[in-house]
Each structure stands twice: as structure tokens, then as C-alpha cells.
Design a protein around this ligand. Sequence first.
Ligand SMILES: Cc1cc2nc3c(=O)[nH]c(=O)nc-3n(C[C@H](O)[C@H](O)[C@H](O)COP(=O)(O)OP(=O)(O)OC[C@H]3O[C@@H](n4cnc5c(N)ncnc54)[C@H](O)[C@@H]3O)c2cc1C
Length: 458
Amino acid sequence: MADVDLFVIGAGSGGVRAARIAAGHGARVMIAEEYRVGGTCVIRGCVPKKLLVYASRFALDFEEAAGFGWTAHGASFDWPTLIANKDKEIARLEAAYTATLNKAGITIVKSRAVFEDPHTLRLADGERVRADHVLIATGARPHPGPTIPGLEHVISSNEAFHLPELPRRILVQGGGYIAVEFACIFAGLGSKVTLVYRGDNILRGFDDDVRQHLRDQLEKRGIHVVTGNIVAAVEKIKNHYCAHLSGGMAVTADQVMFALGRPPNVHGLGLDAAGVKGAGTGGIAVDEYSRTSVPHIYAVGDVTNRVNLTPVAIREGHAFADTVFGGKPTRVDHTNVPTAVFSEPEVGAVGLTETEARARYAKVDIYKTMFRPLKATLSGRDITVLLKLVVDGATDRVLGCHIVAPDAGEMIQLVGIAVHMGATKADLDATMAVHPTIAEELVTMRTVTRGYGREAAE
Ligand SMILES: Cc1cc2nc3c(=O)[nH]c(=O)nc-3n(C[C@H](O)[C@H](O)[C@H](O)COP(=O)(O)OP(=O)(O)OC[C@H]3O[C@@H](n4cnc5c(N)ncnc54)[C@H](O)[C@@H]3O)c2cc1C
């Protein structure tokens, strides 16, 4: 007889939810975690990142306050205080997650777990556990970067959360949301930031207008964006570094950080011993119920490399538990996942980009507006916001919404509901505006900016 009904490898977003729901359905559950309970999101991802984002925005607030009559003299920032307070909050959250698992009767083993055979997991101390079902929820880890001279001097987002001091100058390599967010965090806190990306523009996969607009905004804020380049070597010179770029430029920095993607955590897991097959994406291959090539083994979250976001991992973990232990087969809908980039200003996006829509639909209408928000008129901040709707010209359905603006993350959560429900442009038009807001433009855009066969004036 098996020791447990379910063995979960990894106590992150997906694993914790799956364990808790499975236990609620009456399963005997054991969960193994090799680092800290809570996983990437809680310990070194979304949550600490957002706390740093909040910290980074105060300088801007102080600056903007002057135009409204405020004098904010003598404000100063202390990095060690921020890091200590952040660590305290993360420890509190970790304890809360642990308490929730304990309360649900789940056995937590603080150990790495690897497959010995399809039903047996081996822990770090050599103990073996037999399980009827196994859930792989091991997440992903920072790509170490290509082998270049001086790679040992480079930090990832993991280390960025624990730097002993705020770097005066930092080079961030990468064009994804993590690279962009950290560039903004450090810039907001006063560091001189160079963002290096090998492609032609940042935020690949996002709408092209958004990519260009955000780049312009970052550059206005003083972030030096260098595209079409990679870091070819990092040289240590006394207590700082010189990064040599492929295009010949040399950048002096106190820290060099790479954020080059996050490969799934499959290495050394014993997947061969279990018979679990990989997917072409580098992750574990699963069907729509998150079932792997082995019928009693499932995988959720970043390790499957589908949509690598916390809410998606949580949904997949929940759906797995309902499917296997709740008698309710549940699939997760991976379309129209709203997402945010906590840059300054923020990006919010849901649904198709203009390029994706034009590839799939015969008639695509674009509604787009760019303007200086009301707050900037007194604050004097040089900022322009962008709101864009991608609409199917044949059915009037809103296929995508893309925003670059303060609080775009909050806005897109709500637009996401409308897009998920299949809202049409007429539905948006029929919705009363909230005035004066930035978001009201979403329901007041009347003119097609670019339509099918009518490259209209912008
Ligand atoms: C800097 C950063 C910022 C992010 N910001 C956001 C954001 O704003 N919004 C958002 O939605 N997502 C964000 N993400 C992504 C989000 O953190 C992940 O999508 C999410 O954590 C995935 O959950 P998961 O359960 O798949 O894996 P994880 O949360 O990574 O959990 C996997 C766990 O498995 C453990 N583990 C691995 N192998 C083993 C083993 N063999 N034995 C035992 N334990 C093991 C790991 O230690 C880890 O704790 C961010 C990520 C990073 C790095």
C-alpha cells in the first residue's frame, strides 16, 4: 500500500493550492519543498518584487507633489531598511502558508524530492515515500546566461532581492517583464540603469505599440535602453564592473544582473526513472488536465511552461485536485489571461495583440488613444498614456486590450472580465464612463485608428 495518496513536489503557487484542495477532498497528502514554503511568487518573485516596486515610486511621488503645492524636503531612502522590512513580511507569509498546510493535515517535508521510480520519491536523507499519485510543481529558475567571461560576477533576480546596498549604477540584461520591472525599480530608487536586450525591442510577445510606447517612457525617465546587443564579457575592476557589449560599447556598473528567462525546473528530478516525457518547450508535456505521459503523474505551473504566472499555476493546481480527488474533471482555460508589467508606468494586457489578431481574423479594427493624464498637468511629469483596443471588425468582439498607464495592472484585471465574457465594442461604448479617470477612455473611443483596408490617420 502507498504511504500517501498524493505526493506534491514543490510548495509554490501550484503545489500548495493542489495539496490543500486534494486534502480537502480527503486525500492523504505529503508535500516536499527544498527551499522555502511559498515558492517563487512569495519568496523571490511577485510579492517581494511588488514591495520593491512600491518603494521605488515614492521618489516620483515626492517630485510630483511639488506642482500640487507640497514641499517634501529632506526625504531620504535607506535600502537596508526596505530589505529588512520586506524579509520580515516574506517570513510572515511563509509562516502563514506553512500554517495553512498544517491545518489541512498535510505532511510537509523540508527536503528535495526526486523520482526513484514512477511511484517512489526519494528524499534528501535517503528516505523513500510511495505515492498513488504524484504532482510535479517544481517551477522554474533564472537562466544563468550564456557562458561568457566574467559570468561569475553576474546576479539574477534571486540575488537582487538581497543586495547589501543599492547599486549606484546597474546594468540589467533582458527584455522580458522581470528585466523591465527591475530596471524601473532601480531607476526609481535612484540608480543609473542601463537595460540591454539582444532583440530589436523590449517585451517581446506584447503588442508592438505597447513595446514602443513603454520604451519611450523608460527612456524619458532616464533608463538607457540598448537593444540589438548582448553582454559579451563582464570585467571586475576594483569594486565595480565593466560590461563589454557585443556592439563594442562598455558600460560601467556596480552590479550586472541578467533576467534572461526562466527554464523549467526539471534537471535531476529523475523524470526518466518515472517515464515522464518532456515537451518541446523545455517543460513537462501535459494534456489539458495537466496529466503527464504517465497516467498517475501530473504537472502544473511553470514546470509545464504554458503560461508562467502565479494565478495560472494556482488554477492548474486547483483543477488537478478537483479532477483527481474531487471527482470533477476540470480544465483550465489558458486564453485571455490578463497580465501586468509593474514597470513605471505599468503595462496591462489581455487577449490578442494587433499582430496576432491580424494573423487570425480577416477584419481587425484598432482603437487607440494616447494622451497626457490630468495629474501630469500640475505635476509636470513628462508622461503619455496609451490605451488600445483590438476589435474583430466582423463580430465587433473585443479581442484584446493593451494599456500603458499608472495602475494599468488594476485596470486590466477588470477589462479582463469583459474580454473573458466576450464583450463587444458596442458593450464598452454602452458602459458609462467614470470621470475624470484614465480608464474612461476605454469606453469613449469612437473612431477606428487603423481598420481593415483603411490605414486611418493617427
Ligand atoms: C522576479 C519574479 C517576479 C515575478 N512576478 C510575477 C508577477 O508579478 N505576477 C505573476 O503572476 N507571476 C510572477 N512571477 C512568476 C511566478 O512567480 C511563477 O509563475 C509562479 O511562482 C509559478 O508557480 P509554481 O508553483 O509553478 O512554481 P514555484 O512557485 O516556483 O514553486 C516551485 C517550488 O518547488 C521547489 N522545488 C523545485 N524542485 C524541487 C524538488 N526536486 N524537491 C522539492 N522542492 C522542489 C522550489 O524550491 C519552489 O519553491 C514572477 C517570477 C519572478 C522570478
